[in-house]
Write a protein that binds this ligand. Structure first.
Ligand code: ZN
Length: 314
């Protein structure tokens, strides 16, 4: 059982271009500026709402020389964001003003969906969803609060065998099937408000995709605490899946495993969250390192390109 999506992590190349798009165009808040704990030569940027709540988070590893990813089976291929149904004209105008190409809005399971790509080619969509009509906590973002992205709407997984992935989503993570349209299935979860939708689509080819720039690295699911995470781990192991030991990710505790179709999944605890090393008002302003990398700060900072976070005044 999970509380829906915790975060989605993807790969970008140019860190400044990534900031300019996610903060400057989409209006998300940079809620943590850190490094990839497994490769401190790369930034790890976390974007979310003003509070950095699970369910609003997309994160990026920035590897300037990463080769482009290739679509194929066993990939998470799209992340969608929830916008208010009355904000659709605002977003069409904003994308046009910023020169961002997008598809003509279409209905996907009765929800207006605008598909676009980020600067590295990552497939995104903005989906008109009632949850986004509720007021959401926003800092002084670059998008007026009433039109801002509320958080993650959902993700799309592309698979050869839909059933075994759906069985994991329903049997372990708490989703239930709600709709289908040909080779596209929709699953939902009712235990959360954001990050509640998963689309599972049959991929036309059997060859596996390759993760690279512009592709999703993994999808993380929320769990309330480490004891529920431990129970989920036991369940996953009993299904014959290989699961890592719990890892300290500073802002949450994580386990990782590949779902039966090959997509890398993570289960992340809600606590402790992003205020563990800086106050809510200062989220994302300074480079934060976990205690075990702090003694290498000088070296790490020297190798990271300088970046600037876009603001309303730009
Ligand atoms: Zn993660």
């Amino acid at each position: 059982m999970s509380l829906g999506i915790h975060h989605v992590t993807a790969i970008a190349t140019d860190p400044q271009r990534n900031l300019d798009f996610y903060v400057g165009v989409l209006g998300l808040r940079l809620v943590k500026r850190t490094v990839n704990f497994d490769d401190p030569s790369a930034y790890h940027f976390y974007y979310g709402d003003a509070l950095g709540r699970p369910g609003t988070l997309v994160t990026f590893f920035t590897w300037p020389h990463a080769p482009p990813g290739q679509t194929g089976t066993g990939m998470a291929t799209e992340v969608s964001f929830a916008i208010g149904p009355t904000s659709v004209p605002f977003w069409l105008e904003r994308l046009r003003d910023h020169g961002i190409e997008h598809d003509t809005p279409e209905l996907r399971f009765d929800e207006v969906t605008i598909r676009l790509r980020d600067p590295d080619g990552l497939q995104l969509s903005l989906v008109a969803h009632p949850v986004a009509e509720e007021p959401t906590p926003q800092a002084d973002g670059t998008v007026p609060a009433r039109h801002s992205i509320a958080g993650i709407h959902g993700v799309t997984l592309e698979e050869n065998d839909l059933d075994r992935t759906i069985d994991l989503l329903t049997g372990v993570l708490g989703f239930h099937s709600t709709a289908s349209d040909g080779d596209l299935r929709q699953l939902e979860i009712t235990s959360a408000e954001l990050g509640t939708i998963v689309h599972v689509r049959r991929h036309p080819r059997t060859s596996p995709g390759r993760v690279g720039a512009g592709s999703i690295h993994h999808v993380a699911w929320r769990t309330p605490d480490s004891s529920t995470q431990d129970r989920a781990r036991v369940t996953l192991l009993s299904r014959g899946l290989q699961v890592t030991a719990p890892l300290d990710r500073r802002y949450f505790r994580s386990i990782y495993f590949r779902e039966p179709g090959g997509v890398l999944f993570e289960i992340a605890t809600d606590p402790p969250g992003f205020t563990v090393d800086e106050p809510i008002t200062a989220l994302g302003q300074e480079l934060q390192l976990p205690p075990w990398l702090e003694d290498r700060r000088d070296l790490i900072e020297r190798h990271l390109p300088p970046v600037r976070v876009p603001s309303l005044d730009d």
